[in-house]
Write a protein that binds this ligand. Structure first.
Ligand code: ATP
Length: 341
């Protein structure tokens, strides 16, 4: 099969880690009966400066008309670009795995997935200031909560069948009260173990005993914060990939920002982007029932695991390789993995 992929390289380290992931995708095309027609689109700070918009209409149309899309991080214009895309294309499920790997120093053993509602909460962006008083409206709807809870159940069923619902319903009694009620209702009938935690207690429990968590279901803002914490426990932002999934489109991206402090130095960790690519291929495989896409995703995951263990790492993870060198090694590893079955 041939798939159309929209690729936004983004800002800062985005182009460097994208190039490394493209090298891996090319090695997939060369070794498996699957191919990709990659089209590049503008997004983020540079796009804003050069084209007057952080999210040009052409980019939105490009994502809509592609089979899958993937982006590098963006800088200061995140709200106008990525947050806007999530809402425009109704990419309501943000899936953020946090997994510790042998070979990378980590604060605790973790293998969890944060399932974060992606279109509402304070990130709806309804804010105003009147006479020195700033107000932000927090939107939590039954519809959005129900559908994200369904996604959490789908993941839990395939894993340890355990969901932790994170909220602060003891204080935010109406908004988080609704999230809690609807989520527990939705998860109650599927043979899952469901527990709940207040978000402050959750941030502590994640550090104290991260191994206990499987699927973590949360509203948008808590999920944003907890996923950075979980990735740090797992070994750092350089290994954190994510998916934004809706009924009609999907978009895959690293969890981290554009890392302006290391941009252009050739030392950015490309695993976050390569693992986002693996998530994209897995999604294509499931949604199109394509075994080759599933095989491609599994090949990348295996090679990633082996390479991390084998010390193929950039300096942030204690290694000495450049972004390009890691990309090249992963591409070579994927080809060998596929050829040797
Ligand atoms: P932004 O404003 O775009 O979010 P930021 O620097 O505030 O950028 P991040 O980009 O998320 O936030 O980076 C936080 C820290 O993690 C920085 O020190 C950065 O260098 C480091 N970092 C993030 N991603 C990577 C990566 N892929 N490889 C190596 N270091 C990274």
């Amino acid at each position: 099969m041939r798939y159309r992929v929209a690729w936004m390289k983004g800002d800062g380290i985005g182009p460097e880690i994208s190039d490394a992931a493209i090298e891996v995708l090319n090695s997939i095309q060369e070794s498996l009966p699957i191919s990709f027609d990659i089209k590049f689109y503008d997004l983020g700070d540079r796009s804003k400066i050069e084209r007057g918009s952080a999210l040009p209409e052409e980019t939105v149309e490009g994502i809509k008309s592609s089979d899958a899309s993937i982006k590098g991080p963006v800088g200061e214009s995140a709200f106008e670009s990525i947050v806007a895309i999530r809402q425009k294309l109704d990419l309501y499920a943000n899936i953020r795995p946090a997994r510790s790997y042998e070979g990378v120093p980590h604060a605790g053993k973790i293998d969890a997935i944060i399932v974060r509602e992606n279109t509402e909460d304070l990130y709806k962006g309804i804010e105003f200031e009147v006479q020195g008083v700033a107000t932000s409206l927090r939107i939590i709807s039954e519809k959005a909560t129900r559908r994200i809870a369904k996604v959490a159940a789908t993941y839990a069923i395939k894993r340890r069948k355990h969901v932790t619902v994170v909220h602060k319903a003891n204080v935010l009694r109406v908004s988080d009260g609704l999230f809690r009620r609807v989520a527990l209702e939705e998860l109650g009938s599927g043979g899952l173990t469901v527990d709940e935690k207040y978000v402050d207690a959750m941030s502590m429990a994640l550090i104290r005993n991260p191994e206990q968590f499987d699927i973590i279901l949360t509203p948008n803002v808590y999920g944003d914060i907890l996923s950075d914490e979980a990735s740090q426990i797992a070994g750092g932002l350089g290994f954190a990939a994510s998916a934004n999934i809706g009924d009609l489109s999907s978009l895959f991206e690293p969890v981290h920002g554009s890392a302006p402090d290391i941009a252009g130095k050739g030392v950015a960790n490309p695993y976050s982007m390569v693992m986002s690519l693996s998530m994209m291929l897995n999604h294509i495989g499931i949604s199109r029932s394509d075994n080759e896409a599933m095989r491609a995703s599994a090949a990348i995951s295996s090679v990633v695991e082996k390479s991390i263990k084998g010390g193929i790492l950039t300096p942030d993870a204690g290694g000495r390789l450049t972004t390009k060198e890691v990309g090249r090694e992963l591409a070579k590893g994927v080809k060998e993995f596929v050829q040797t079955g």
